[in-house]
Write a protein that binds this ligand. Structure first.
Ligand code: AMP
Ligand code: ZN
Length: 136
C-alpha cells in the first residue's frame, strides 16, 4: 500500500534502523522506545491489523512467531521480553499495518492492565493511566 508508512519502510523508501530482514518480514527499532530495547516486527505484506488476518496468512504469522526468539537473541534479551500487538481503536493501534512490539532489557510491570481494566472511558482512572509508561 503506497500510503502506508510501514509498507514504505518495508520497501526501503523510508529509512529505518534495521535489526533483521528477509523476504517476508522486517524488524526495526521503534522511533519512540518504551524500553531499553523496543523493536517492531512487521510482515512485508500489508495486513492492516490482527483483525484482518485470514487463513491465507497463517503460515506468515507462524513464521513471525518462530523468528521472535531469534531476533530476541540477536538483541541480547536472554532474560525475557514482552511481545505486544495493539489492534484497532480500543487497542490504541496508531499505524495501520500489522506489527508486533518486542520490548526488553527492563522489568515489565503487570499493574497497569489490572488497575485500569474496568475503568470506563474518560474516567479518572483512565486519564491517570494515560500518562503512564506504555506497555506496562
Ligand atoms: P502502535 O501504536 O501499536 O500502532 O505502534 C506504532 C509504533 O510505530 C509506535 O510505537 C511508533 O513509535 C512507531 N513508529 C511510527 N513511525 C515509525 C517509524 N518511521 N520508524 C520507527 N517506528 C515508528
Ligand atoms: Zn502497509
Amino acid at each position: 500500500m503506497s500510503d502506508c508508512i510501514f509498507c514504505q519502510i518495508g520497501e526501503g523508501q523510508i529509512p529505518s534502523n534495521k535489526v533483521y530482514e528477509d523476504d517476508k518480514i522486517l524488524c526495526f527499532h521503534d522511533l519512540d522506545p518504551q524500553a531499553p530495547v523496543h523493536v517492531l516486527i512487521i510482515p512485508k505484506k500489508h495486513i492492516t491489523s490482527l483483525d484482518d488476518v485470514t487463513e491465507e496468512d497463517s503460515e506468515l504469522l507462524g513464521y513471525i512467531m518462530t523468528k521472535v526468539k531469534e531476533i530476541a537473541a540477536t538483541l541480547g534479551l536472554e532474560n525475557g521480553y514482552r511481545l505486544v500487538n495493539n489492534c484497532g481503536e480500543d487497542g490504541l493501534q496508531t499505524v495501520k499495518h500489522l506489527h508486533f512490539h518486542l520490548l526488553g532489557k527492563r522489568k515489565m510491570d503487570r499493574s497497569r492492565s489490572r488497575r485500569s481494566g474496568n475503568a470506563p472511558r474518560g474516567s479518572r482512572s483512565r486519564s491517570r493511566h494515560h500518562n503512564a509508561r506504555q506497555y506496562d
